[in-house]
Design a protein around this ligand. Structure first.
Ligand SMILES: *[C@@H]1O[C@H](CO)[C@@H](O)[C@H](O)[C@H]1NC(C)=O
Ligand SMILES: *[C@@H]1O[C@H](CO)[C@@H](O)[C@H](O)[C@H]1NC(C)=O
Length: 622
């Protein structure tokens, strides 16, 4: 019963008092009330139109054809989900970092500066939620990013940059409200002592009250090389050269590194003192992902002037496509994994496939959309020249790749991998994808405890396909039917008659992550194929069904169960990214054209800009 229903109770109480006066016993009244309640409940269950909206559901009847009206309706459903999540945060966790959606409380896990407010600003702006946006801007106006050193708190540099600085800058770019830029300038300045390492790579953390740095001497690729977009755009808007220098120094140090024994792809760990690679672990997943993303996006953001970033992007993707992509052995779906080298050309793939890696289809599609990949010579790039300083093995890979139309290969990989990401969702009873799977090898029944992992390298299969004439669908692109295990099969192993799934689940949770939906959004925009947004709608329905709580949406612990078991957190990237990408995907109007904006790795769009002649000469931009 809602608050609005309460006044109706008073006449009822008066009626009871009146009947009691007329000599009716309590038993008569109770019986009469019981009959009335039965009639009321029956009416509401079977006849009232409200009976079709169950608590926790925000749907009406599922549409049969997907008309523009239906897409508008679906976008509205996403907006309704955003309002549910954000109002839940405002009501139960205002000023805390994130909502705990089961207990209806807040938690401070990102500096205690209200990360959900700042991460959600641009989503509210795009959805036209004016009141919420205005409340949030007033909150930002009174924000103070200086932390009392007495608490010994260090802001984690990477997370603070992508969520807070990226959030403020994007909201500023869309609304042009100068208070947002002032706060971004404050924060960018307070975080900049992090760059005080010998290499100029940012340290893990920094105290914004004392400027002290903190972190191990070995830095993580994603954390040292995912700040270029934010600091470069901040420099452009504030006119402060030092912000540009901080970002540009990261690009320069990366581009000077000797990557000869890792195929030209930056590995996961780096010395913050020397600015050189520290290991040979190559990954597009955790600890690496966004660094690869920022290579392409830094080039795009600067209206295609940052050539160093472009060359690194082409090298990195060439190595990823030739060495990190594999085909599963039975269902032949495409997956991307990580490898470790022994420093002498021998690499070993782990055959794990992370949900985080599902951003890669979107990145590859964005590159295919914005770069002349079919004709690299037109921008003065030649794959064999890019391999000049690499190992003999890599020279061979690059030479083979130069025989393809690169745009085709990037789009094939994007489509195949996005299909596999989708498959990991629709294979589960919950309809949601696990955080990490490991691909099994071809089963060898002759060996007990057969531990073989993984399938064939995709590029080898592609070469074979090309040699045999390159007819039909390239390997890894044929859609695969889902194999949903029942509860019994999950516990006792799959029934013999059913096809093998090709993988086991290593991390069973779905943490409300955006990567798969982000890729569907970009693929939909780049290819115009509405299959991607139909997939997005299918996933959105599962998100609502499995993760919705009375105050928000909750991560879930195990995608193999339906109903899923929820856990008490709603990461700020859910409103910053997951719901934003869904909304943009379902909105026919192109609110964020991909040739005018780039998204930072937290889903915050920043506008592509050109350097002025003064900036070029004054800041030494070639
Ligand atoms: C922000 O907080 C710091 C430390 O608590 C304080 O010294 C400073 O004056 C505050 N700044 C503003 C603008 O309120
Ligand atoms: C790069 O490192 C390799 C060994 O990993 C070495 O053989 C090569 O000489 C180095 N290149 C440069 C330019 O230092």
């Amino acid at each position: 019963m809602s608050i609005a229903d309460l006044p109706r109770v008073y006449p009822l109480a008066q009626l009871l008092v009146f009947l009691r006066h007329k000599g009716m016993t309590a038993r008569h009244i109770a019986f009469g009330a019981g009959v009335l309640f039965f009639l009321w409940a029956s009416y509401h269950t079977f006849f009232s139109p409200q009976s079709f909206s169950f608590p926790g559901e925000i749907y009406v009847a599922p549409p049969t054809t997907t008309t523009p009206e239906t897409w508008r309706y679906r976008a509205e459903q996403v907006k309704a989900a955003f309002i549910h999540a954000y109002h839940g945060y405002e009501l139960h966790a205002w000023k805390s970092d994130e909502l705990r959606p089961m207990s209806g409380t807040g938690q401070n896990n990102f500096n205690g500066w209200g990360v959900t407010v700042i991460d959600s600003l641009d989503t509210m702006y795009l959805m036209g939620l004016r009141d919420e946006f205005d409340r949030a801007v007033r909150f930002v106006e009174h924000s103070n990013f200086t932390q009392p050193a007495s608490q010994g708190l260090y802001a984690p540099f990477f997370e603070t940059v992508i969520r807070y600085l990226g959030g403020l800058l994007s909201a500023y770019a869309l609304s042009r409200d100068t208070i947002l830029l002032q706060r971004a300038d404050d924060l960018g300045g307070l975080l900049s002592p992090a760059f005080g390492t010998d290499s100029g790579f940012p340290d893990f953390g920094v105290s914004t009250s004392t400027g002290e740095r903190r972190g191990p001497p070995i830095g993580i690729l994603a954390e040292i090389a995912s700040c270029q977009l934010e600091y470069t755009y901040l420099a452009k808007e504030t006119g402060k050269k030092r912000y540009f220098d901080l970002a540009d120094n990261v690009v320069k140090t990366l581009s000077h590194a000797n990557l000869s024994n890792v195929g030209g792809m930056p590995p996961t760990r780096w010395s913050n003192t020397l600015g050189t690679p520290f290991d040979t672990h190559l990954s597009v997943g955790a600890q690496a992902d966004s660094a690869h993303e920022y290579l392409l996006k830094q080039y795009l953001l600067t209206a295609k002037t940052d050539r160093k970033s472009l060359e690194m992007y082409i090298r990195t993707t060439t190595h990823i496509l030739t060495n990190l992509f594999y085909l599963s052995p039975t269902r032949h779906f495409l997956y991307v994994t990580d490898t470790t080298g022994n420093g002498h050309g021998v690499t070993r793939p782990s055959h794990t496939f992370e949900h985080l890696s599902c951003f890669l289809p979107g990145l590859l599609a964005l590159g295919a959309h914005t770069l002349p990949l079919s004709d690299l010579a037109s921008i003065g790039i030649n794959l064999n020249d890019l391999a000049k300083n690499l190992s003999p093995e890599s020279k061979i890979d690059y030479a083979k790749m130069s025989k393809y139309n690169l745009r085709d290969v990037h789009l094939w990989a994007a489509e195949g991998l996005a299909q596999a990401c989708y498959l990991t969702y629709v294979d589960q009873p919950s309809g949601l994808g696990p955080d990490e799977i490991v691909i099994y090898g071809t089963p060898d029944r002759s060996k007990p405890n057969n531990q073989v992992l993984g399938g064939e390298r995709w590029f080898d299969a592609l070469e074979a396909w090309k040699r045999s004439g390159g007819r039909g669908t390239p390997p890894g692109l044929t859609p695969t039917a889902p194999v949903v295990y029942t509860e019994k099969e999950r516990v006792y192993g799959p029934a013999k008659s059913r096809p093998l799934r090709d993988y086991g689940i290593r991390k069973t949770g779905y943490l409300l992550r955006p990567e798969t939906l982000e890729s569907f959004y970009i693929l939909h925009r780049v290819t115009g194929d509405s299959r991607w947004r139909e997939h997005g709608w299918t996933i959105f329905k599962s998100i609502v069904k499995q993760t919705k709580t009375p105050s928000g949406f909750a991560s879930i612990r195990n995608v193999q169960l339906s109903p899923a078991i929820q856990q008490d957190d709603m990461p700020s990237y859910f409103t910053a990214e997951t719901l934003k990408y869904l909304y943009l995907m379902f909105t026919d109007e192109d609110l964020i054209p991909l040739d005018k904006y780039v998204f930072n790795t937290e889903g915050h769009p920043l506008p592509i800009f050109e350097w002025s002649p003064q900036e070029k000469s004054g800041w030494n931009i070639s």
